[in-house]
Design a protein around this ligand. Structure first.
Ligand code: HMG
Length: 470
């Protein structure tokens, strides 16, 4: 059944011969125990405020990119306040205090300090709310564009699995995705954080030990000592797809061929939802090769074009693209896409790109939609596909745990999106963008009512200072 389940238990996986290179069991019961997320307090509507001001049809953003609005940080917010708000909520709802935590990893590509990691700032914020400190906690910061969030999860996972842990691991992916004003990427901006608790016997997602990688030195998107990225946008789309293909092939070398019916959800890194629509079609095409699905649809859209049958590469590319377009129209594809991919994209359409946190928000989105649609995902597989420019993709498999519904019910997705304050005119957006420019001094006041942690100044050593508002 398309979009159905293949309930791979640990025993089944072992029988199927899944092995890591060193023979370690691919499934330890380690993974994501719980999640909390925090969007920037502001919201920019792309259709009514952004599109008219940049003289573009709203459909370019809604249909062309799949975005309707984006989350932005107010003037007193940054990666530390967003990360600390998400982490505090995660700790509070799990009755945790600093002595329960052994490790804090922050993933970001919006760091404002070349030495002091954001995790120390976030720990400092959290300590304002507890009587204990994180004195014996290992803290760090991970950087590799958007994929660093997944790398930080994997580091924490390995630390727990290695048996050397001294507590639970807190992983916080936090970013402000600003582009230079007028850059084609401007509409895809976003700001927010996802905090994840990594532990043994997780209540949400157990994570497989098999990771497929595609990695190559590229210059599609980079920030050489600058706040805003240098971006070759069109090429970055092609690089994303190429790395994903390599990562999936690498994964299959270890796990055997993928089949679309094995996965209930497939969260991808989502710079904008349309990017994932492109990737999903290629992923589906790849994974149905030689399967019952391909045989069934051949009656309607013909056999898949084979490169060997074409004299010129261009002719083959045209033929396979046309076949892929036809494939996207089939019931098999649309039903799979609607079940497995679309649920992971609905949050992104309202918040934009959160860089390191993006794929983790896509997981939140998929689980939350599944809960609201009354699906029972316990025991089902989820295929997670991360990407970072520069460039690297990583794919792996997770299994939804029995207690997932209780955890997801507390994500408070609607409340968080609705709590944001609308930026009602383009001039205010322009001033806000300038206020976040690291090279410009402005004294713009916050637009929205402050909640949680706020950035309230700069100390004598140039450090940022923070305060809890409530
Ligand atoms: P652009 O030049 O503004 O847009 O840049 P476009 O002209 O290519 O149009 C975009 C789509 O809208 C096209 O669809 C148009 O046809 C369509 P497509 O051909 O791609 O299917 N369109 C319309 N549709 C309906 N009605 C209309 C209309 N007009 C146009 N009226 C670009 C787009 C993605 C290049 C730009 O947004 C950009 O540079 N973004 C930043 C880079 C990016 O997000 N890259 C994605 C892959 S790399 C990545 O994900 C890593 C990243 O997250 C960073 C990291 O890892 O750290 C970015």
């Amino acid at each position: 059944m398309i979009g159905g389940t293949l309930n791979l238990s640990i025993a089944t996986v072992a029988e199927q011969g899944f092995k890591t290179p060193y023979g370690v069991s691919p499934y330890m019961n380690v993974g994501i125990d719980d999640i909390a997320f925090q969007p920037g307090r502001l919201k920019l509507d792309l259709k009514t405020v952004f599109a008219p001001a940049v003289d573009q049809p709203p459909k370019k953003f809604t249909s062309g990119l799949g975005l309707s609005e984006i989350a932005l940080p107010d003037t007193d917010e940054d990666i530390v306040t967003l990360g600390a708000d998400a982490a505090l909520e995660l700790m509070n709802k799990n009755d945790l205090t600093p002595s329960d935590i052994g490790r804090i990893d922050v993933a970001t590509e919006s760091s404002f300090d070349r030495s002091k990691p954001a995790s120390t700032y976030i720990a400092g914020c959290l300590e304002q709310r507890f009587d204990e400190s994180f004195r014996n906690v290992d803290k760090g910061e991970r950087k590799f564009a958007c994929i660093a969030g997944t790398q930080a999860v994997n580091d924490a996972l390995n630390w727990v699995a290695a048996g050397v842990r001294t507590g639970k691991a807190l992983v916080i992916a936090t970013d402000e995705a600003f582009y230079e004003r007028g850059d084609p990427g401007e509409a895809t901006q976003g700001a927010g954080a996802v905090a994840m608790l990594i532990d043994e016997n997780p209540r949400l997602m157990s994570i497989s030990r098999i990771h497929g990688y595609g990695s190559r030195d590229e210059t599609d998107f980079l920030k050489p000592n600058q706040q805003y990225p240098s971006v070759d946008g069109k090429r970055s789309v092609q690089v994303y797809l190429a790395r994903m293909r390599e990562a999936i092939t690498h994964f299959e070398e270890q796990s055997g061929p993928l089949h679309p019916a094995e996965y209930a959800l497939a969260p991808f890194h989502t710079p904008f939802p349309k990017m994932v629509r492109k990737a999903a079609a290629l992923g589906f095409r790849h994974s149905i090769r030689g399967t019952d699905i391909e045989a069934t649809i051949a009656d309607r859209i013909g056999d898949r074009p084979q490169q060997a049958d074409f004299d010129a590469d261009d002719a083959y590319v045209d033929a396979i693209q046309a076949w892929t377009e036809d494939l996207r129209e089939t019931d098999e594809y649309t039903s799979w896409y609607n079940d497995v991919v679309a649920p992971t994209l609905s949050l992104s359409a309202h918040v934009g790109n959160w860089y390191t946190a993006s794929v983790h928000l896509a997981r939140v989105s998929g689980l939350w939609n599944a809960l609201n649609e009354g699906r029972d995902l316990a025991g089902e597989n989820v295929f997670v596909a991360s990407y970072g420019s520069g460039s690297q993709a990583e794919v792996h498999q997770e299994v939804v745990q029995e207690q997932w519904k209780e955890r997801v019910r507390e994500f408070d997705v609607v409340e968080k999106l609705e709590a944001r304050t609308n930026i009602t005119d383009f001039e205010t957006y322009r001033d806000l963008h300038r206020a976040h420019d690291e090279t410009t001094e402005t004294d713009m006041s916050p637009i929205s009512e402050a909640t949680g942690f706020v950035h309230d100044g700069t100390g004598s050593m140039g450090e940022r200072t923070y305060r809890f508002i409530g």
